[in-house]
Design a protein around this ligand. Structure first.
Ligand code: NAD
Ligand code: MG
Length: 298
C-alpha cells in the first residue's frame, strides 16, 4: 500500500531526508525549478468526499502550499479556480492537470494581485466559470528578505502590503456578496506574525495584519454563517524561499530550528485547509491553525 495522509508515521522522520540545497531563482520562483522537488501530495493525498460539490478560489494556487491545497480540495470533490502570476503558467498547468484528473472543473486565471481590478475580476470569473463560490483561500504572498531598514525600498514595502494584505481585502470584499451561509474563507498567515525575523520587517508586518483581519472579519461574518479562519505555516519548502525569501546560505539549515528538526512540505499543510474549508469545522472561526513543526505560538 502506498502512503497517504492517514498512514501511521513518525513525524520527525517523515521527509527528514529531503535536504534543501543552496539555490537562488528569480521571483516568484517555480516549483518546476525547486531542488529537491517539494511534495504537494500528488502521489499521497487521498480524498474522502469532504468538499463534494464546493466551488473554491485559491490564490497562489500554482505552487507550494496553494497547489497542495488545490490538489486536496479537488480530491475531496471541489471545483477549483487558480490565481497565479502569468510567469507561473508552467506550474499552474501542471496543477490544473492533476485537478482535472481528480474530476474537478478547473479555471486558470493568471494576473497580478497588486492590481485591484484583477482581484475583482478574479472573483467574477470564478463565480461565472464555476457557478458559485463557497471557499476562498487567500494564499498568494510576497516575501523578500532585507537586512537593513534604510535600504528597504518604499516600492518593496508597498508591493509586500499590496500582495499580502490589499489583495486579501479586495478579493474578500468582492467575494462575500456571492457567498451563502456555510461558506468559508481561509487566509494564509505565518509564524512570522508571532516570531518576526529581523530580515522580514515588511513581510512579518503583513502576516500579523492578516491574523487581525481574519479574527475581526470572523466576528463580523459569523451571523451570516460565513466562517473566517487562518493557517499559519512554519518553514515550508516552496519556491517562495529560494526566490529571495531567505538568504541562500540559510536554506541548507531551513527548518532545523523547529522541534521536529526539519522543514515541512506543502502536502503537510493541505489537511489544515481542508479541515477549515469543510463543514466539520462548523464551530471553528476566528482561529489560526499553526502548522509549524512545533514552534510555540500565543
Ligand atoms: P509559493 O511561491 O509557492 O506561493 C506564493 C504564490 O503567491 C506564488 O505561487 C504566486 O502565484 C503568488 N503571488 C505572489 N505575488 C503575486 C502577485 N503579485 N500576483 C499574483 N500572485 C502572486 O510559496 P508558498 O510558500 O506556498 O506561499 C504561500 C503562502 O504561504 C504565502 O502567503 C506565504 O507568505 C505563506 N507562508 C509560507 C511559508 C513558507 O515557509 N513557505 C511560511 C509561512 C507562510
Ligand atoms: Mg508559484
Amino acid at each position: 500500500m502506498t502512503r497517504d495522509q492517514y498512514t501511521f508515521t513518525d513525524p520527525a522522520k517523515l521527509y527528514a531526508d529531503i535536504e534543501p540545497k543552496k539555490q537562488e531563482m528569480p521571483e516568484p520562483g517555480l516549483d518546476a525549478d525547486l531542488s529537491p522537488r517539494a511534495d504537494l501530495g500528488e502521489k499521497s493525498y487521498r480524498g474522502t468526499g469532504r468538499l463534494a460539490g464546493r466551488k473554491a478560489l485559491i490564490t497562489g494556487g500554482d505552487s507550494g502550499i496553494g497547489a497542495a491545497t488545490a490538489i486536496a480540495f479537488a480530491r475531496e470533490g471541489a471545483d477549483v479556480a487558480l490565481s497565479y502570476l502569468p510567469e507561473e503558467e508552467e506550474d499552474a498547468q501542471r496543477i490544473a492537470g492533476i485537478l482535472r484528473d481528480a474530476g474537478a472543473t478547473v479555471l486558470t486565471l493568471p494576473g497580478d494581485l497588486k492590481d485591484a481590478a484583477y482581484c475583482r475580476d478574479l472573483v467574477a470569473s470564478t463565480v461565472e466559470g464555476l457557478g458559485g463560490l463557497d471557499i476562498l483561500v487567500n494564499n498568494g504572498g510576497k516575501q523578500i528578505y532585507n537586512e537593513d531598514l534604510t535600504t528597504l525600498s518604499d516600492e518593496q514595502f508597498d508591493h509586500t502590503f499590496k500582495t499580502n494584505v490589499y489583495a486579501m481585502f479586495w478579493i474578500t470584499k468582492a467575494a462575500v456578496p456571492h457567498m451563502r451561509a456555510g461558506s468559508t474563507i481561509i487566509n494564509t498567515t505565518s509564524v512570522q506574525a508571532y516570531s518576526p525575523s529581523g530580515i522580514l520587517v515588511d513581510y512579518a508586518s503583513t502576516k500579523a495584519t492578516i491574523n487581525a483581519f481574519s479574527k475581526a472579519l470572523a466576528e463580523q461574518l459569523a451571523p451570516k454563517g460565513i466562517r473566517v479562519n487562518a493557517v499559519a505555516p512554519g518553514p515550508i519548502w516552496t519556491p517562495l524561499q529560494p526566490s529571495d525569501g531567505q538568504p541562500p546560505e540559510k536554506l541548507e539549515s531551513f527548518g532545523e530550528q523547529t522541534p521536529l528538526g526539519r522543514m515541512g512540505q506543502p502536502a503537510e499543510l493541505a489537511p489544515a485547509y481542508v479541515f477549515l474549508a469543510s463543514a466539520e469545522s462548523s464551530y471553528v472561526l476566528g482561529e489560526t491553525l499553526n502548522v509549524n513543526g512545533g514552534m510555540p505560538t500565543p
